[in-house]
Write a protein that binds this ligand. Structure first.
Ligand code: NDP
Ligand code: GDR
Length: 351
């Protein structure tokens, strides 16, 4: 029988890759989207899946909309990817972030518990929940104590704990994927990798001459998003639910991203980059390295794309986008794609 999956945050980077992956596995895919005056379906368009998803309007702040989405879609699996996902912005909007990223997960768990406790749940947890722990180089595991240093991470830690509590207390099949940073050409422009590759592409084409960044010394364990969404799915196919670290095992600095991106386009970053204090966070995580041995042992997950390949592919994709724009092509956000009306589901019991 065809399996059905509901993805919150389907319009985001991971939502788009996961939707494509699940459609390739012959799932029927339902995705929640937020009402907005500007359509935000460009990633799903870029991956060629925009008209293959059943869209439901839902907001993680709005319990009624989640109830409706789960009732209408009758999923076997829910992937809770929706979030205010920008750590920097969580300092500006701590209440909203806690509501969406923390209480939002609680709402999803409650809906599942009351409608159909057999639904399997993937929760998008994050390496940010560790904060600044000691001995990072040995690799952070599922057993490492967590001490968040941002409102985002605090919200995600609340959600992480709730997933464990509902698993142990109510027997739900709920799993936390503790994913370390993962990037792609579909990454949002506010995140540092894509901010850098996009600026490098513009600079190399003479479209700008300045890039302002914050903490260049921060180190992260950066992998390729399309490989990470496969781990999400694998976690929900196991006999027993558990929590898993998903990471490459190596960390690189923001400056390493700069050097790799700019060199790949034949430019010297030092001529263009300045440090802007406004991009610094009140608290920042210095270094993150994950150890995904448990994921390897339990479902044979291994990352394949190297840091250099990842950043170079992002820089090449941004260069190509800007090159095509110079040649007169429109950008996805200049002429936003919209799915055909038939894939939007409205209120009421539909199948
Ligand atoms: P994105 O920022 O690209 O996507 C976030 C998605 O959440 C978007 O579809 C957004 O919708 C949606 N969203 C935002 N607010 C709400 C809300 N109130 N109700 C419902 N949906 C909402 O993030 P990623 O794809 O990169 O990440 C996916 C998940 O994984 C997030 O939970 C993130 O915190 C987590 N994560 C990400 C990592 C990474 O490195 N990418 C690492 C670890 C965890 P809209 O398009 O309307 O804005
Ligand atoms: P992060 O990603 O906070 O790790 O969260 P981000 O790319 O925003 O920052 C990484 C590091 O780079 C430093 N930095 C800058 N960051 C941004 N965005 N812009 C800048 O100009 C800049 N200059 C330096 C940051 O201070 C930080 O140290 C991402 C998100 O996807 C989360 O949702 C996810 O949970 C974690 O990864 C794992």
């Amino acid at each position: 029988m065809t399996k059905r999956a509901l993805i919150t945050g389907v319009t985001g980077q991971d939502g788009a890759y996961l939707a494509k992956f699940l459609l390739d596995q012959e799932y029927e895919v339902f995705g929640t989207y937020r009402r907005s005056s500007t359509p935000n379906f460009w990633r799903l368009d870029a991956l060629g899946v925009i008209d293959k998803i059943n869209f439901l309007h839902a907001d993680l702040n709005d319990m009624a909309s989640l109830l409706e989405a789960v009732t209408v879609s009758e999923p076997d699996e829910i992937y809770n990817l929706g979030a205010q996902s920008f750590v920097g912005a969580s300092f500006e909007a701590p209440l909203l972030t806690g509501d969406v990223d923390g209480l939002g997960a609680a709402r999803v768990l409650e809906v599942v518990r009351s409608i159909n406790p057999k639904i399997r749940i993937y929760q998008a947890s994050s390496s940010e929940i560790y904060g600044n722990v000691a001995n990072v180089e040995r690799g952070l595991t599922e057993e490492t104590p967590m001490l968040p240093v941002s409102p985002y991470a605090a919200g995600k830690l609340y959600a992480y704990n709730l997933v464990r509590i509902y698993r142990e207390g109510y027997g739900l099949f709920a799993a936390n994927g503790i994913l370390f940073n993962h990037e792609s050409p579909l990454r949002g422009l506010e995140f540092v990798t894509r901010k850098i590759t996009n600026a490098a592409a513009q600079i190399s084409l003479g479209l700008r001459n300045k890039l302002e960044l914050g903490n260049l010394e921060a180190r992260r364990d950066w992998g390729f998003a399309a490989e990470y969404v496969q781990a999400m799915w694998k976690m929900l196919q196991l006999d027993k639910p558990s929590d898993y670290v998903i990471a490459t095992g190596s960390s690189y600095s923001v400056q390493d991203v700069l050097v790799t991106a700019f060199e790949s386009l034949g430019i010297d970053w030092q001529k263009y980059v300045t440090v802007d204090k406004r991009q610094m966070r009140p608290l920042d995580v210095h270094n993150l390295v994950g150890d995904s041995s448990k994921a390897k042992a339990d479902f044979d997950w291994n990352p394949a794309t190297s840091f250099k390949e990842l950043i170079e592919s992002m820089a090449a994709a941004d260069y190509d986008r800007w090159r095509r724009r110079i040649d007169g092509e429109v950008f996805p956000w200049d002429a936003p794609s919209y799915p055909s009306e038939s894939v939007f589901l409205t209120r009421g019991p539909q199948k």
